[in-house]
Ligand binder design. Structure first.
Ligand SMILES: Cc1ncc(COP(=O)(O)O)c(C=O)c1O
Length: 393
């Protein structure tokens, strides 16, 4: 569907009065839509389909963010007459995270951060190391460049196996440490992660570790902390964050990395100087607004998600399908049958669940949490679909 300027402004206007779930800014389904290249039914283009296939805030961004986007158009469509400097956003992020501007680099989504790091730190003799399964961006990009990838299995609880990952990290160019991990939603506590970072940087001093904290705001484990302070001190550690998840701004494409000033400079130089070539001003303005309104917005979203998470996890557990512990806005559950059959049957009833995640595609499914209303409709469909298979069997 063509996205005309008028339609965009109308969408932003609708968002500003509250009903933002369908806005292109929230871009619900973005992560999953990428995969429609390989499986067309993953693209939920028709209205009414409940998209539980992509880990974005189902409510989209706040009215404050939508208003910032609208304001960027200026009065009656006239430009506001001032270029939105990325420096404003870098300063806002630095202040929020308690670091200096020299420790922050912006990206067109954290995807760009993941790609830049893979490009900079892997090589034909410096593998990318990560878990399997995990978010595929770094491994896919390394493979595209012809750089080797080492994939390490998760432990029995679907968490990162720290000993195995540390062993595999020796001599690596880049270690992708996704915590909480997508697609399993499992989380390794802050203390164990710090020990892991110390061990790998000591035993393999030329290896860089990228700690992906995309789902940081959804974690409720008491042993939860960011690794930003370690990254600022250690040139071999980077932390990535995104505005696509809790802030509901996946359509705007804004992410960032925090690290030691030398590492951040390498990332920024590689991209032609702190994102000036790849960022758009609407996203910059919106991200500044998102940070300014943050406290109440993220607190509410975290609580909303947790209530839906508890409800959905219990629904599966009550039926004997124990999900992996979720510390995010999605879950990974053993449904005892191939994900594809389950997905197609749910899709026919208006519920879209996520793509396959090898090597668990014959038993596990990833579901993102929608609103409570959506999840109540979804579990009714899951119940039907799972019961039918059981009856047929
Ligand atoms: C763990 C993780 N990292 C990074 C990304 C990329 O997000 P974005 O480019 O929208 O910031 C995703 C997207 O789903 C993700 O799940």
């Amino acid at each position: 569907m063509a996205l005309t300027r008028r339609r965009f402004v109308q969408t932003a206007g609708i968002g500003a009065v509250g009903s933002v779930t369908s806005s292109w800014i929230g871009a619900r389904g973005r992560e999953n839509a990428l995969w429609s290249i390989v499986e067309p039914t993953l693209q939920a283009s028709e209205p009414g389909v409940i998209v539980l296939a992509s880990n974005e805030n189902p409510l989209g961004p706040s009215a404050t963010v939508m208003n910032a986007v609208k304001a960027a158009f200026g009065e009656q469509g006239r430009a506001p007459g001032r270029y939105a400097h990325t420096g404003d956003l870098i300063d806002a992020i630095a202040k929020k995270q308690g670091v200096k501007a020299e420790n922050v680099v912006l990206g067109c989504g954290s995807t760009q951060i993941l790609r830049s790091a893979t490009h900079l730190f892997t090589a034909t003799d410096k593998p990318l190391v990560g878990t399997i399964p995990t978010y595929e961006e770094c491994a896919a990009y390394a493979e595209m460049m012809g750089h080797p990838v080492r994939a390490v299995a998760l432990d029995a609880a679907f968490k990162i196996d720290l000993d195995k990952l540390a062993d595999a990290s020796r001599g690596a160019g880049l270690v992708f440490y996704c915590n909480p991990n997508n697609p399993t939603a499992t989380y390794v506590g802050a203390r164990a992660t710090r020990d892991f970072l110390t061990k790998v940087t000591r035993e393999s001093p030329d290896t860089t570790i990228l700690v992906d904290e995309a789902y940081f705001d959804y974690v409720s484990d008491p042993d939860h902390d960011t690794h930003i302070p370690v990254a600022v001190d250690n040139p071999r550690i980077l932390v990535s964050r995104t505005f696509s998840k809790v802030y509901g701004m996946a359509g705007l494409r804004m992410g960032y990395a925090i690290g030691h000033k030398d590492t951040i400079k390498k990332m920024a130089d590689w991209d032609g100087g702190s994102g000036t070539g790849s960022l758009n001003v609407l996203a910059v303005q919106a991200a500044v607004a998102a940070i300014a309104q943050e406290a109440s917005f993220t607190t509410n979203e975290r609580a909303r998600n947790k209530a839906v998470r508890d409800f959905t996890m219990k629904w599966f557990a009550d039926r004997g399908m124990k999900p992996a512990d979720s510390q995010a806005n999605f879950m990974f559950v053993n449904i005892g049958r191939p994900a594809k059959g389950f997905r197609d049957a749910c899709r026919a009833k208006g519920i879209l669940v996520a793509r396959d995640f090898p090597p668990f595609e014959t038993s596990h499914c990833r579901l993102s949490f929608g609103t409570m209303e959506e999840m109540k409709k979804a579990v009714a469909v899951f119940g039907d679909v799972l019961a039918k298979k059981a009856t047929a069997a």
